[in-house]
Write a protein that binds this ligand. Structure first.
Ligand SMILES: Cc1cc2nc3c(=O)[nH]c(=O)nc-3n(C[C@H](O)[C@H](O)[C@H](O)COP(=O)(O)OP(=O)(O)OC[C@H]3O[C@@H](n4cnc5c(N)ncnc54)[C@H](O)[C@@H]3O)c2cc1C
Length: 347
């Protein structure tokens, strides 16, 4: 799960003036779920390389190739490097697909919101639901202008193929201004029984979130993916156990071991020797539990679990919302023991 893979670039597609798709061939069949992302090592003269996450725009039913779509961030390093330098035939180093921005079932009806490059995980979710399941999809897609729409022709084809199951509303900032609460609400209130999933710039997601809350969407039917740059390099630490003291967290004096139980992929586990000061991810991996993870920095949510009993202390959390915490979601890569017993679930 954690070992980097080499992906061969088999195609480069200019999607818009500032976004390119890279079609990547894994060395062996690689399974993933729509909504997941790759963590790519981008060469850098100063640092060797920097790690950046890119959502998969391809969908599992389309075959074995993995497609990521990168939009240039003004002043950004990795997005511009990838768009300027990646050519067919090159290889990119990546961590395997991970992430929890996935749909529970392809038969669920989805209410999707995408802003700009936030369309990448969203189109994958839409394609998989339409092709593989019975769910209907409503998409609100905001862009600066018609020119900046990524996947416009794919979406048009899908709309023609699934006229009864796919509804798309485009919002263009150049003619309509920034998406308004009233505009988002007019769309969302037609689909209040659906699973809402959103991805885009922070102010866009805040506006969508506020509207969904005002429409009483329960927390479990409001999901979001934040596009942020990782603050560290998971490639350098993916193979070693991190000492929590290095992260600024000291083990409480005299504290004993914690009993950890839980369930992953339907299999139960239980251990009674989670030591103070050891990060839960390191402990589980040491025990051979295939806990998911990517950044190991608290920046992404690939390792998120749900606490059922007991609790942990998180060293860093850059991604979970207060509501996630309230619901018992924790980042395993940042969790230290604080209770005698901890019960978690990865489902
Ligand atoms: C799960 C996930 C999925 C993602 N999927 C996608 C995707 O599908 N497509 C996509 O395009 N992006 C995606 N992203 C975002 C992507 O990972 C990068 O964050 C993005 O490409 C910008 O990276 P960059 O290196 O180009 O910019 P960075 O170099 O990280 O810069 C980001 C911003 O910070 C500013 N900045 C940089 N250094 C400094 C400094 N020292 N002081 C002040 N400001 C500074 C830059 O000007 C820029 O505005 C995803 C992120 C996550 C977490």
């Amino acid at each position: 799960m954690s070992s980097p893979i080499e992906l061969r670039v088999v195609d480069v597609v200019a999607e818009t003036v500032d976004a390119k798709s890279f079609v990547l061939e894994p060395p062996e069949p690689t399974s993933y779920s729509s909504g997941q992302f790759l963590t790519i090592a981008v060469p850098s003269e100063e640092q060797g390389f920097v790690a950046r996450c890119y959502s998969l725009a391809s969908a599992p039913h389309e075959g074995g190739l993995l497609t990521v779509t990168v939009k240039r961030t003004p002043g950004g390093y990795a997005s511009n490097w990838l768009c300027d330098n990646v050519r067919v035939g090159q290889a990119l180093k990546s961590l395997p697909p991970s992430g929890v921005f996935t749909a529970a079932s392809v038969d669920d009806d989805l209410l999707l919101f995408a802003g700009g490059s936030g369309i990448t995980p969203v189109i994958s979710l839409a394609k998989e639901t339409l092709a593989r399941g019975s769910g209907s999809v409503a998409l609100f897609y905001a862009n600066r202008s018609a020119d900046s729409v990524i996947f416009g022709s794919t979406l048009a084809k899908l709309a023609a193929e699934y006229p009864d199951r796919l509804t798309i509303t485009n919002w263009f900032e150049d003619s309509q201004g920034l998406p308004t609460a009233a505009g988002i609400r007019a769309f969302a209130e037609q689909f209040t029984d659906r699973h809402a999933m959103m991805c885009g710039p922070a102010p866009f997601m805040q506006a969508v979130s506020d509207v969904l809350k005002s429409l009483d969407f329960p927390r479990e039917r409001r999901r979001q993916e934040k596009f942020v740059s990782l603050s560290g390099n998971p490639f350098e630490i993916s193979a070693e156990v991190v000492d929590a003291a290095d992260l600024g967290a000291a083990a409480p004096e005299g504290a004993g071991c914690t009993r950890v139980s839980g369930e992953i992929d339907g299999a139960a586990f239980e251990f009674d020797d989670w030591r103070p000061g050891v990060l839960l991810l390191d402990f589980l991996l040491e025990k051979g539990i295939p806990a998911p993870f990517s950044c190991r920095l608290g920046d992404c949510s690939a390792c998120a679990c749900r606490v059922i009993e007991g609790d942990v202390e998180m060293v860093t959390n850059e991604v979970l919302e207060p509501e996630d915490i309230e619901e018992g979601i924790r980042l395993v890569c940042q969790s230290l023991p604080v209770t005698e017993h901890l019960k978690i679930s990865f489902s």
